[in-house]
Design a protein around this ligand. Structure first.
Ligand code: GLC
Length: 668
C-alpha cells in the first residue's frame, strides 16, 4: 500500500507520474517537526536500512549520514555524504518494515543512526515535500510497489550488454582503430568504444574535431562493420563562443540558465566559459534534445551524459573575486593560517554551493532558484535526450546513461557510478551500490572497471572484471594521465580473454534477468537479506549478491588474495570456469566456506533447482546465439527457468513470444 502526504508547496519533479490522492491524516511511523523541517523515526537495534541509490558505504545504510546533493566529487571515500545522484528512497526493515520516498528536488539529509544510533532523521532544506510511505509483505514487495510508482526503468539495446572499452584520451580515429584491432586480433570480445571529450572541436557539444575525426559518418560505418558501436560523450555546459551555433541559438531563444538580473549565468567547465541549458524548461529541453540528431545522423546509437550535476570549475564572478583576494598574498610569507586561507580560496572556486544560488530556471513560467531544484538537473538533461530519441528514433533503442541522476531519470537512461579510483575498496563499493541502485530504478548501471582515477594494476583489473562481467554496463574506463589499462596492455592476455568471454557466455542469463527485472519492477541484484530474511548471518552479508533468479556472486576484492570466505545461506552449487577452458562444479552445504579463486577464475553459485542459460559466446553480441541457450544448473529434483529473449533493438517488450520456459530434470 502506498500513502502520500504533502507538506507545503511542492515543486513538481515528475518522478511519480500517476500520483495517488494525498492523505489527510498523520504521517505513519515518523514524527514530523515542521519547524526543524525533519521527519524522525526511532529504529530498533536490529533494524536495517536499505536504499539511497548511489552513495558511499554499506548496503545497510545504518551508521552514517547521507545527503542528496548531486556532486562532482571524484573522491569516493567513506567520509563523503553525496555522490552524483539523489535517490531519496529507503526501506527500513525490522520491527516495522516500510519504505519512504521523499520526492524533493533540493538538498536533503538522511541521518541514519549517525547522530543518535537509534534515530533516523530526514532533514530537508525547506518545507515543501511530497512524501510516500509504502508498506507491503516484505522488502522485495515494497521495492516492487515503489518501482511501479515511479515507472518502468530504461531498457538498453542488446549490444550495450557487450564489453565497452573507454579512456579519456582516445585522440583520433587511428587510436580508436588500434583499440579495436588489438581486441579483435587477440580474440578479446568487444562491442563498443567510447569517445570522451576529445572527439569534439574544443569541447563543444554536438561538434566533431574535423582534423582528428575527418569523416565521422564514414568512420562510424567502418566500425559498425567490425560490430563496434562508437559512444560519444555529451557534456552539460555549452561553450560560450561567438559563431558556435548551439551557443548562439540557445542565447537567442533564452534557453540558458540566467542570473537574477536576467543575464546568462556563465561557469567554466571543459571548454572554458560555458552556459547551462535550462534543462528544467520544457522548451529548452526539447531544443537541447533535438541537438543529438547531429550525431544520430552520423549513425551513432549511444551516448553518455556527463558533468550534469552540473559540475562547475569556477564561475566568472567568483574567479574575479578570488583572483583579487589572492593578490593580497603576493610577496607574503604564508604561515599555517595564511596557507589554509589561500588554499581555501582556491578550492572555493569549484562546485561551490553558493554558485548554485545565483542562477535560475524557468519551470513552466515560474522562476526558480537553482539550489531549490539542484538535484533535477542531470535527470532533465538525460530526459531531454530520452524524449528526443522517442521523437527522432521511435523504433530504435538508443544507449543512454548519465553521471548525475534523480529518481525519475531511470525511465530515460542508466547511470555509471562516476569517477572511482583504481582501488581495491572500490570493487566492493561497486558491488554494494548495485542493489541500492536497483531499488531506485537504475538497472542499467556499472562502474568504471579497473578504476578511473589513479594508476591501476593488472590483478586489480582482472578481479574487477570478474565482478564487471555481471553488471549490465560493463566498461573499462580510465582517466587521462593514469596508467593505461586496456586488456591488451597487460601480460595475462589469456586471462583477460577468458574473463571477458565469460560475459558473452553468460549473456543469455544476464540479458534475460535484466529484461525480467525491468518489465516486472524487480531487482536484478539483491542483498542476501532480501531473500533470506530469517537467516541472521545472511542478513549481514555485504560482499555477496544474489543476481536474478538463481545465481549468487561473490567476487574477490582484495589484493593478493587467493580466494575468499563465502557464506552460503543454503546448499548451493559452486561453478568455476578456468582459464584453460575447463569447468569445475562442487556442491557446498549451507554455512561458511573458504573458496579458492585463482586470479583468472570466474566463479558463481547456483541455487538449488535453478538453471543458468548460457551460450557459446562470441567476439561481439551479434555473434552470441541467444536462440539456443544451453543450461547449466543445480538440479536436485527438477528446475524451470523463464527465459526472456528478444532481438534486442526493437521495443515490443511485452510480446509473450519473448518468454520460453526451459526445463531440466535431475539425472536419475
Ligand atoms: C568526467 C567523467 C569522466 C570523463 C571525464 C572527461 O570526469 O566522469 O568519465 O572521462 O569527465 O570527460
Amino acid at each position: 500500500m502506498i500513502r502520500r502526504y504533502v507538506y507545503g508547496n511542492v515543486i513538481e519533479t515528475e518522478a511519480v507520474l500517476n500520483k495517488p490522492e494525498q492523505e489527510n491524516g498523520v504521517l505513519p511511523y515518523f514524527t514530523v517537526d515542521e519547524q526543524a523541517m525533519t521527519l524522525s523515526y526511532t529504529m530498533e537495534d536490529k533494524d536495517q536500512v536499505y536504499g539511497l541509490g548511489e552513495n558511499v558505504r554499506g548496503i545497510n545504510k545504518r551508521g552514517w549520514y547521507y545527503e542528496s546533493k548531486c556532486s562532482d566529487d571524484p573522491e569516493h571515500k567513506e567520509d563523503r555524504h553525496s555522490l552524483y545522484g539523489a535517490h531519496n528512497f529507503l526501506v527500513v526493515d525490522g520491527k516495522e518494515t516500510f519504505g519512504i520516498f521523499v520526492d524533493y528536488p533540493g538538498i536533503i539529509r538522511f541521518d541514519v543512526g549517525y547522530t543518535r544510533s537509534e534515530e533516523l532523521v530526514i532533514t530537508a532544506s525547506d518545507w515543501n515535500l511530497d512524501v510516500y510511505v509504502i508498506t507491503g509483505e516484505n522488502v522485495k514487495d515494497i521495492v516492487k510497489q515503489f518501482r511501479h510508482l515511479v515507472g518502468r526503468s530504461y531498457i538498453a539495446p542488446k549490444w550495450a550488454f557487450g564489453f565497452g572499452q573507454s579512456r579519456w584520451s582516445y585522440m583520433d580515429e587511428d587510436e580508436v582503430r588500434e583499440v579495436v584491432r588489438k581486441h579483435r586480433e587477440l580474440g578479446i570480445p568487444l562491442d563498443s568504444v567510447y569517445l570522451d571529450i576529445d572527439y569534439m572541436e574544443r569541447y563543444k557539444d554536438f561538434t566533431l574535431n574535423n582534423e582528428t575525426f575527418p569523416d565521422f559518418a564514414v568512420f562510424n560505418e567502418e566500425m559498425k562493420k567490425e560490430h563496434i558501436h562508437l559512444v560519444p560523450i555529451i557534456d552539460a555546459g555549452v561553450k560560450q563562443e561567438e559563431g558556435y551555433d548551439v551557443y548562439e541559438e540557445g542565447l537567442e531563444k533564452g534557453y540558458f540558465c540566467k542570473k537574477e538580473d536576467g543575464s546568462p549565468f556563465v561557469a567554466a567547465v571543459w571548454p572554458g566559459k560555458a552556459l547551462f541549458p535550462d534543462m528544467l524548461n520544457k522548451e529548452a529541453r526539447e531544443w537541447f534534445g533535438n541537438k543529438y540528431q547531429f550525431l544520430l545522423d552520423q549513425g551513432v546509437e549511444g551516448f553518455w551524459n556527463d558533468m550534469n550535476e552540473p559540475a562547475i570549475f569556477y564561475t566568472e564572478d567568483r574567479l574575479k573575486n578570488v583572483l583579487e583576494e589572492l593578490d593580497k598574498f603576493k610577496g607574503q610569507n604564508l604561515d599555517l593560517d595564511k596557507y589554509n586561507e589561500f588554499n581555501g580560496l582556491v578550492r572555493s572556486l569549484s562546485n561551490n554551493t553558493e554558485d548554485y544560488k545565483v542562477f535560475y530556471h524557468n519551470m513552466n513560467g515560474e522562476k526558480i532558484r537553482h539550489d531549490r531544484v539542484h538535484n533535477l538537473f542531470g535527470y532533465n538533461m538525460t530526459r531531454a535526450a530520452g524524449e528526443a530519441f522517442e521523437r527522432l528514433e521511435p523504433d530504435k533503442r538508443i544507449l543512454m546513461y548519465s553521471r548525475s541522476s534523480y529518481i525519475g531519470m531511470h525511465r530515460y537512461g542508466g547511470i555509471w557510478q562516476g569517477d572511482n579510483k583504481s582501488w581495491w575498496s572500490h570493487i566492493l563499493l561497486n558491488l554494494k551500490m548495485m542493489p541500492s541502485l536497483n531499488m531506485c530504478g537504475f538497472l542499467y548501471t556499472g562502474a568504471d572497471l579497473g578504476g578511473f582515477g589513479a594508476d591501476t594494476t593488472e590483478d586489480l583489473v582482472l578481479r574487477w572484471l570478474e565482478l564487471g562481467i555481471f553488471t549490465p554496463l560493463m566498461r573499462n574506463h580510465s582517466a587521462m594521465g593514469t596508467r593505461v589499462q586496456e586488456a591488451y596492455r597487460f601480460e595475462k592476455i589469456d586471462g583477460f580473454r577468458h574473463i571477458i568471454s565469460m560475459r558473452y557466455k553468460l549473456l543469455p542469463y544476464l540479458y534475460s534477468e535484466y529484461m525480467k527485472a525491468v518489465l516486472r519492477d524487480e531487482m536484478m541484484f539483491r542483498p542476501l537479506a532480501f531473500d533470506y530474511p530469517e537467516d541472521r548471518r545472511a542478513v549481514k552479508v555485504e560482499d555477496q549478491l544474489l543476481l536474478g533468479d538463481g545465481m549468487m556472486i561473490a567476487p574477490v576484492y582484495e589484493q593478493n588474495a587467493e580466494g575468499r570466505y563465502v557464506y552460503l545461506p543454503e546448499r548451493m552449487k559452486l561453478v568455476r570456469f578456468k582459464e584453460d577452458g575447463t569447468k569445475e562444479e562442487e556442491i557446498l552445504e549451507k554455512g561458511d566456506h573458504y573458496v579458492e579463486v585463482a586470479l583468472t577464475d570466474v566463479i558463481f553459485f547456483i541455487r538449488p533447482d535453478h538453471l543458468i542459460p548460457m551460450a557459446k559466446g562470441g567476439q561481439c553480441v551479434d555473434e552470441v546465439d541467444f536462440d539456443h541457450p544451453e543450461c547449466i544448473g543445480f538440479v536436485e529434483n527438477a528446475a524451470e527457468y523463464e527465459y526472456y529473449n528478444d532481438n534486442g533493438y526493437e521495443k515490443d517488450y511485452e510480446n509473450p513470444a519473448h518468454i520460453t520456459v526451459l526445463r531440466m530434470e535431475a539425472e536419475k
